[in-house]
Design a protein around this ligand. Structure first.
Ligand SMILES: Cc1cc2nc3c(=O)[nH]c(=O)nc-3n(C[C@H](O)[C@H](O)[C@H](O)COP(=O)(O)OP(=O)(O)OC[C@H]3O[C@@H](n4cnc5c(N)ncnc54)[C@H](O)[C@@H]3O)c2cc1C
Length: 446
């Protein structure tokens, strides 16, 4: 059966353009339909080093290197108070409320450098989309996919709106990379909102923030800084965008924003003021973009593949962004899905079973991220302890670097054990520090 394209991809974000690059390089005819006109702003500006592997693989690394994005050598966490008295029977450590890692401490297979980047997503996403085009993909911008039709078992049909016109295109395979708009997840009614994480973020760019004033050491100045606020499960990201621009975002639970019953700006400043050291520096800087909200995130899908389709990146699952995981998940799932799609074309078989390995790895990687994040919210001083303990430091770093696609990583297993012990023992010295966001810690749940 003749179709317009071999593969239709909806969404030209990092997941869609990476999948398009892989598939076009294999000689498949690929169409990417993107509803916006690039460049467009997007949240999600700090990468983890596992992205390097994929960017090298698709041949885009040199273009990203040439863009002049700030180098990111590590990550740091700061807290409002001192906790040096928190030696635990299980783990002995002197915690001053500050933790940091540098990526160069652990070698990563396929990653040729000790840093990754913080990126202006309007530029980063444009480079990747143009790269997909240079690999041979047909990219259509201003093209919104309205629905996908699987009625004919021999092909997939997508209805695409270009301004006032709607045109149908056919393909043998469909990839949903529509991000948090989750086109297929909504159409197929398989999207499941997370029961525990219902976060909300407000963010903007600031000019001339003194980043050195907030970093514990000069070498941490260009890290991502995560500042904890003295409000349950609430934190602020600080991400360098250029020499002078810094992205700042407050992340909290959505109900806190709803209950505050105020506007975004007042809410942002009210929360920031709970960390006077941060508020003082931020007031001296100049806000250069409007506050943007991000809500309705953290969900999974009952299915991420089926006959003639796969979902990748945020279209397949979204986990809380505290460890800067999103773009890495987008790139890694694009790579894994492309592998199975190429095999499906070789076998001329597009049944769901062809994508079983993709679905297994997608679920494994996002489950590991989710559990890591859950443990962190439950007991973030435990994270500080593990980062400082030489027995676990490199295993935790492995996760922070984005190397997530293995069964029960060592650091997760050990953290799960300690957090369970603390929860079951009200007399434990760490018990009062348990957070409110609790999910079942089970290594086999998706
Ligand atoms: C508050 C917050 C902070 C974050 N911080 C980080 C961070 O520091 N680091 C990090 O790595 N990640 C972060 N993320 C996550 C990151 O933003 C995403 O994981 C990442 O952008 C996913 O890429 P994607 O390609 O799957 O989706 P997107 O980047 O969202 O791309 C999807 C594209 O599809 C297009 N599209 C959607 N529907 C249609 C349609 N029907 N037709 C045509 N086109 C369509 C959209 O216009 C969009 O361009 C954060 C997320 C949030 C909410």
């Amino acid at each position: 059966m003749k179709t317009d394209f071999d593969v239709i991809i909806v969404g030209g974000g990092p997941a869609g353009s990476t999948a398009a690059s892989y598939l076009a390089r294999e000689g498949l005819s690929v169409a990417v339909f993107e509803s916006e006109m690039f460049p467009r702003p997007h949240v999600g500006e700090s990468l983890v080093p596992a992205t390097t592997r994929v960017l090298i693989d698709i041949g885009a690394m040199d273009k990203i290197d040439a863009a002049g994005f700030p180098k990111k050598y590590g990550a740091s966490w700061t807290t409002p108070g001192k906790h040096s008295q928190l030696n635990s029977p299980a783990l002995s450590f002197d915690f001053d409320g500050h933790a940091a890692v540098q990526f160069g401490e652990r070698d990563q297979e396929g990653v040729d450098r000790p840093y990754t980047y913080h990126v202006d997503r309007s530029k980063f996403d444009l480079i990747l989309l143009k790269h997909a085009e240079s690999c041979g993909a047909n990219v259509f911008q201003g093209a919104r996919v309205l629905k996908v039709d699987f009625d004919d078992p021999s092909l997939v049909k997508a209805s695409v709106r270009f301004g006032p016109r709607t045109v149908d295109f056919s393909a043998r395979m469909f990839v949903d990379a529509s991000g948090r708009q989750t086109l297929l997840g909504r159409q197929r009614k398989v999207k499941v909102a997370d029961e525990v994480f219902d976060q909300y973020a407000i963010h903007a760019w600031f000019e001339d923030l003194d980043r050195t004033a907030l970093a514990a050491t000069p070498e941490e100045t260009e890290n991502i800084l995560i500042h904890f606020l003295p409000i349950s499960d609430t934190w602020v990201w600080q991400i360098p965008i250029t020499d002078r621009i810094t992205s700042i975002g407050v992340v909290t639970q959505k109900h806190q924003f709803a209950e505050a019953n105020t506007d975004r700006e007042k809410f942002f400043w009210k929360y920031v003021r709970t960390r006077p050291d941060l508020a003082e520096q931020l007031k001296k800087a100049k806000q250069v973009t409007e506050f943007r909200p991000e809500g309705d995130y953290s969900y999974s899908m009952k299915e991420v593949s089926g006959d003639r389709f796969v979902m990748i990146g945020d279209a397949a699952r979204f986990v809380d962004p505290i460890f800067s995981s999103g773009v890495s998940i987008a790139l890694s799932t694009a790579r894994l899905a492309a592998h199975d799609i190429v095999a499906a074309f070789k076998d001329d078989n597009f049944e769901k079973a062809q994508f079983a390995e993709y679905e297994r790895l997608q679920r494994l990687g996002t489950k590991n991220w989710y559990e890591f994040i859950s443990i962190y919210y439950r007991l973030n001083i435990l994270f500080g302890a593990f980062v400082q303990d030489p027995r676990y430091r490199l295993d935790v770093l492995q996760l922070l670097q984005g190397d997530m696609y293995e069964e029960n990583p060592k650091a997760l297993a050990a953290m799960r054990e300690v957090v369970t012990e603390v929860e079951n023992d009200p007399g434990h010295v760490w018990h009062p520090y348990l957070g409110n966001l609790r999910v079942a810690l089970d290594p086999v749940t998706a």
